[in-house]
Design a protein around this ligand. Structure first.
Ligand code: NDP
Ligand code: MG
Length: 382
């Protein structure tokens, strides 16, 4: 089993839950990293005593160095620091749980260093899917999905026959806090309302992505790359209770589902311990308490981000990177109260519709598309 973890984004929602799993399984943690939360990072360093700690924000790194000068942990900063942690010799699994496209270079670096990855950082796969999957294949590296839906699919796929027998993927979606609302009802929703997710407790960016359903759009693209499935064979079903985490259907129309309470520590742990299973801190599912499970079609008209992502993956090339880059900025501007909730979907759709197709063959193609999409949104808003 994996014994030593390097965790990129250890102070986030996935990062802290990964440390919870590491604690219970008695795993070593050889690298930890944060963007700027040096207080939490210091607590983590004192507990796990990693070889390396990375603070992405260079201006906070010196402060951390001073605060932990009694320890042996070496502090690095910036993208170079993140790349160092992503390729650290003394680790046998990298957990990539940073948020956003900033994870693309570290992902590629881990793969080139032949490190398997427990992979949460979906934006990277959306923007640079072809590059990442090609590199993984070339280096014999596996991306173990952490995202609950993709973990569910991965778990169901363990029952596959040797021949290709998968017919489709059924991605479940909670529908977020605004399920069933009309465009008119969504005009004036506040950031606090959008941050109030019914079933999951997550970082701010992904919580807003869940409210706009961009998250499910990103997940369609993530699934297409991870499981080499055409987007036409990925169906989204709204399942309000978040008990079924996703399903697969085989050619004989047999459907397999993975169920459990909505707690990320199950998929995180499986990504680390695959193919083994161990006890987890998550409670067992009590069917007598689940009075019903409901299923609905998503509303592609109201939740424009979802349709924009479907369009983006069909157009291919740089367009998914454009959708992701536009959303990273629109999501941020909404959280800063600079645009309305509905504008997020309008901006992402506009970027997807207006960018010309280009191939995404190199890292620079993807980074350029991402940068241009961000500028496009800023220009439209200002
Ligand atoms: P959080 O915002 O909670 O945490 C993000 C982590 O990344 C923090 O450690 C943060 O540091 C760090 N970080 C942020 N920006 C940068 C940067 N520019 N450079 C380096 N590090 C950075 O996010 P989540 O944990 O919610 O999500 C992480 C990823 O996992 C996302 O891609 C998300 O879509 C995916 N995911 C999350 C789920 C969840 O339940 N939370 C479920 C499924 C997928 P700091 O604390 O200092 O800001
Ligand atoms: Mg998910």
């Amino acid at each position: 089993m994996v014994n030593k973890l390097s965790i990129l984004g250890s102070t986030g929602s996935i990062g802290t839950q990964t440390l919870d799993v590491a604690r219970k399984l008695n795993l070593k943690v050889t690298a930890l990293s944060a963007h700027s939360n040096i207080k939490m990072l210091e607590d983590q360093i004192r507990e796990f005593k990693p070889q390396v700690a990375v603070v992405f924000d260079e201006s906070r790194a010196d402060e951390l160095k001073l605060n932990i000068k009694d320890l042996d942990t070496k502090v690095y900063s910036g993208m170079d620091g993140l790349l160092y942690a992503a390729t650290l010799d003394d680790c046998d699994l990298v957990v990539n749980s940073v948020v956003g496209m900033v994870g693309l270079k570290p992902t590629l670096a881990s793969i080139e260093a032949k490190k398997n990855i427990a992979f949460a950082n979906k934006e990277t796969l959306v923007a640079g899917g072809a590059l990442v999957m090609d590199a993984a294949k070339r280096n014999g590296v596996t991306l173990f999905p952490v995202d609950s839906e993709h973990s569910a699919i991965f778990q169901c796929l363990q029952a596959s026959p040797p021949e290709k027998a998968l017919k489709k993927i059924i991605l479940t979606a909670s529908g977020g806090p605004f399920f069933g609302k009309t465009t008119d009802e969504l005009k004036d929703v506040t950031v606090a309302q959008a941050l109030n997710h019914p079933n999951w407790s997550m970082g701010a960016k992904i919580t807003i992505d869940s409210a706009t359903m961009m998250n499910k759009g990103l997940e369609i693209i993530e699934a297409a790359w991870l499981f080499d499935v055409s987007p036409d064979d990925i169906e989204v079903v709204v399942h309000r209770e978040s008990i079924i985490h996703s399903m697969i259907e085989f050619v004989d129309n047999s459907v397999l589902a993975q169920l459990g309470l909505p707690d990320m520590r199950i998929p995180i742990q499986y990504a680390i311990t695959y193919p083994h299973r161990y006890e987890s801190p998550v409670e067992s599912l009590d069917f007598s308490k689940i009075s019903s499970m409901t299923f609905y079609h998503p509303d592609y008209e109201t939740f424009k981000c979802l349709s924009a992502c479907k369009k983006a993956i069909k157009r291919g090339g740089i367009i998914p990177a454009v959708a992701n880059g536009a959303n990273e900025i629109a999501n941020k501007l909404f959280r800063e109260d600079k645009i309305s909730f509905l504008e997020i979907g309008e901006l992402v759709s506009s970027a997807v519709d207006n960018f010309a197709y280009k191939e995404a063959q190199s890292l620079s193609d993807v980074l350029k598309a991402d940068k241009q999409a961000r500028e496009y949104v800023y220009n439209l808003v200002n």
